[in-house]
Design a protein around this ligand. Structure first.
Ligand code: NDP
Length: 378
């Protein structure tokens, strides 16, 4: 896959070299003697940072099913919650850390990967702490709330010689992978006309109103940061991971000002690509929508509802429906990332991809604010 390149090719080579060395170490069996039965492949230890909804209902349960990794520890603001997780998942209480004691993870041999699942604007602080502790990092989407923070995370991971990936589960989902193949192999020709949407209905309850998702500082933005980033991803995937050259955008009307006083309620935008292709996209906290369609000269492909949700997406092309195995997205992603690491292969969802997407998101917000076409910066 043609992923964006970090600034310096030399540092990228060095970085990949460090990854291979780390992979060789991680992959090394702990004890091998003549006559022994073959050792099962090592399962990497993952520590989840932030035990909220996504950790509790998706990632934790997925880590009970993964073959290449397992839950080995947690970082949480609640020691009591940490103890509950230790009991439930069978790891020692010594593997419970606080946000202020993340440095201590460095001496813990059970933990290979730290997976940051906190509110968006805290990703940088927690990823950097994980890298400084010498552990590989998975950062949830969106990677951060600014390109500057993405750069700081990438720099910290490079300095520590650890791998950085973004929790882009759909790259490991078979229907999305097939969609990427159709684009890469130009099965219908290059996709030139695209249209996508992703959103859910944010309720107006008192609890919803206190959610960090509605807090500009913690979330970095509204549905674009949360759900729209998947549409940005799909459009780049349809263009074989190229970034758009420019964007235009418009905020939707605010119909519930008591809920959306800090972040946008909805937003629509267009991504223009170097070859003249265009993607018309939208994201909203007002409606359950989730779909993406891409058209080329000789055919089309469509990811229908629930294209970006956790369930099996429906993929149809101009040749008919495409039936592929249904997978648990988080199991596929976690095992996929662990396997890449153990085999010393580059990740298909590296930090540079997360940074690319935040550069696009920043350009979309700038375009919506000033009503002009904005070029997407490097
Ligand atoms: P939640 O609000 O449910 O959980 C966030 C957790 O972060 C909290 O429970 C808390 O854990 C910790 N935390 C630390 N500091 C703060 C703070 N200042 N305010 C609030 N929480 C804090 O969020 P989600 O689990 O839904 O989302 C977390 C991240 O995961 C986001 O970046 C989101 O975009 C991403 N996500 C990704 C999905 C995907 O499909 N890839 C799906 C859903 C979310 P503790 O009490 O343990 O300290």
């Amino acid at each position: 896959m043609n992923t964006p390149h970090p600034a310096s090719p030399v540092s990228r080579r060095k970085f990949l070299g460090q990854l291979s060395a780390a992979a060789a170490f991680l992959a090394a069996p702990r004890r091998v003697q003549a006559g022994d039965a073959p050792m099962p492949p090592r399962r990497l230890g993952v520590a989840l940072v932030g035990l909220g909804s996504y950790s509790t209902y998706q990632l934790g349960p997925a880590l009970r099913l993964t073959e290449r990794c397992r839950l080995a520890g947690v970082v949480t603001g609640s020691r009591a919650k940490g103890r509950e997780w230790a009991r439930d998942y069978g790891f020692p209480e010594g593997n419970i850390f606080g946000y202020d004691t993340m440095a201590r993870i460095s001496g813990n041999p059970d933990i290979d990967i730290v997976y940051v699942v906190t509110p968006n604007s805290l990703h940088a602080e927690h990823c950097i702490a994980a890298a400084k502790a010498g552990k590989h990092v998975i950062c949830e989407k969106p990677m951060a709330t600014s390109v500057a923070d993405c750069d700081a995370i990438i720099a910290a991971c490079r300095a520590a010689g650890v791998r950085l990936t973004v929790g882009y589960r759909l790259h490991y989902e078979p229907h999305h992978a097939e969609f990427a193949r159709l684009a890469r192999e130009r099965v219908f020709g290059p996709f030139m006309k695209m249209e996508g949407a992703n959103g859910f209905e944010m309720d107006s309850s008192a609890t919803a109103k206190t959610s960090w998702r509605l807090d500009k500082v913690l979330a970095g933005g509204g549905p674009l940061m949360d759900m729209g980033v998947y549409v940005v991803q799909a459009a780049c995937m349809a263009k074989v991971e190229a970034a758009p050259v420019a964007v235009t955008a418009r905020f939707g009307p605010v119909t519930r000002p008591e809920v959306f006083s800090e972040v946008e309620e909805s937003i629509s935008w267009t991504m223009e690509f170097a070859d003249g292709a265009a993607a018309h996209c939208r994201s909203t906290y007002d409606e359950r929508v989730s779909s993406f369609r891409a058209e080329a000269d000789h055919g089309w492909a469509r990811l229908e509802f629930p294209a970006f949700y956790y369930d099996e997406p429906l993929l149809t092309t101009s040749r008919g429906p495409v039936k592929l195995p249904e997978v648990n997205h988080q199991v596929a992603q976690l095992d996929g990332m662990a396997k890449e690491l153990l085999e010393g292969r580059p990740s298909i969802a590296p930090g540079e991809m997360g940074r690319r997407d935040i550069a696009i998101v920043e350009a979309i917000y700038a375009a919506a604010r000033n009503g002009r076409r904005v070029e997407v910066g490097a």
